[in-house]
Design a protein. Sequence first.
Length: 244
Amino acid sequence: MVKRQQQPLSLNGYIVPKHIAIIMDGNGRWAKKRGLPRQAGHRQGAENLRRIVNACVEFGVQILTIYAFSTENWARPESEIKGLMRIFARVLDQETDDLNAQGVCLHHLGDLSGIEPKLQDKVRRAIEQTKDNDTLILNIAFNYGGRAEILHATKMMLADGISPDDLDEELFSSYLFTAGLPDPDIVIRTSGELRISNFLIWQAAYAEYYPTPALWPDFGREELYKAIVAYNQRERRFGLVIEE
Ligand code: FPP
């Protein structure tokens, strides 16, 4: 078990967002630009994920949530889906020990039962192995969709017989996959797309949105640092009026 080190309050004078969420987009375009198959882009994407996890640990980010496979991604060609599952399995096989040594605690967001049983087991084992770590929580959204998450939470609340009088935002949040975690401060989307694509649609209600033209395999430590600087230049209002 690796305990969280003293968190730096700032990084070169900039406040480090507690919770960073990333829509990792542009693997396919990264590969196409180089005349490579899409799978090569996804492999580079996985390598880049390792760099970004290292950077989050270095910068003192407490929670990183990544969108790795959406409920909509099942519509992709079967060969690409299989390729993404293989990458996920390989990441778990090859990286879990190192992530554990770094103090990373793995969580899964989404419907685990929808993926093949061997991969489910690998995910469960990695979660179990890293459960006591608290340097960085790494939420892997895999077979995840924001609407499906809200429906799932609603069904669970109905099954638990929650009365409408008792239901408030705090109770609702406690039924989401992110129960107990603070909401993301910033949502980064690579590859220049300006959509939220069903990602953390409840949790990111007040997050700062940071689109960047960098394709995911090219979004490295320096790009993450730039996102943190940009976050510091935003004025977070949470719907309030800020007095001059
Ligand atoms: C979007 O790019 C990316 C994905 C659908 C997959 C993200 C997956 C990884 C980065 C692999 C590593 C992570 C794990 C844990 C499995 P795209 O293919 O839509 O790119 P495009 O829009 O340029 O085609």
